[in-house]
Design a protein around this ligand. Structure first.
Ligand SMILES: [Zn+2]
Length: 122
């Protein structure tokens, strides 16, 4: 049964409890990794400079404590394998609905399609 690595779990633990229970439930059947939970000022500014985020520090849900956003990737990781991201994302959205957790998916952002990004609404 797939489970999160210690590194992924540590990142997930910086997130809101709803994200933790959601991603832990998804990880029981899906091979995935958490690549980002909370982002401090330094990490956010670095992500902004690298074009990985359009938000400056304080504008991203990753900057809240606990983090209201979480970035998840399918394993094995291949950034060009969009169908794998779509498949994992659909599973996450379905599980969120099942658990009554209100989230949105970065794939549905209009300015920058952010496939690994999931954030709590409200
Ligand atoms: Zn994100």
């Amino acid at each position: 049964m797939p489970k999160l690595s210690a590194k992924s779990q540590a990142k997930l633990n910086t997130c809101h409890s709803d994200l933790i229970r959601l991603i832990e439930a998804v990880a029981e059947t899906e091979k995935c990794a958490v690549i980002c939970g909370f982002r401090g000022r330094y990490e956010q500014e670095q992500a902004y400079r690298e074009g990985k985020s359009k938000a400056k520090f304080g504008q991203s849900k990753h900057n809240l404590k606990p983090s209201m956003a979480c970035d998840i990737v399918p394993l094995p990781l291949d950034w060009d394998n969009i169908p794998a991201f779509e498949r994992l994302g659909e599973k996450i959205m379905a599980k969120a609905k099942e658990l009554g957790i209100n989230i949105c998916w970065g794939r549905d952002f209009t300015n920058l399609k952010d496939y690994p990004h999931f954030e709590l609404i409200g």
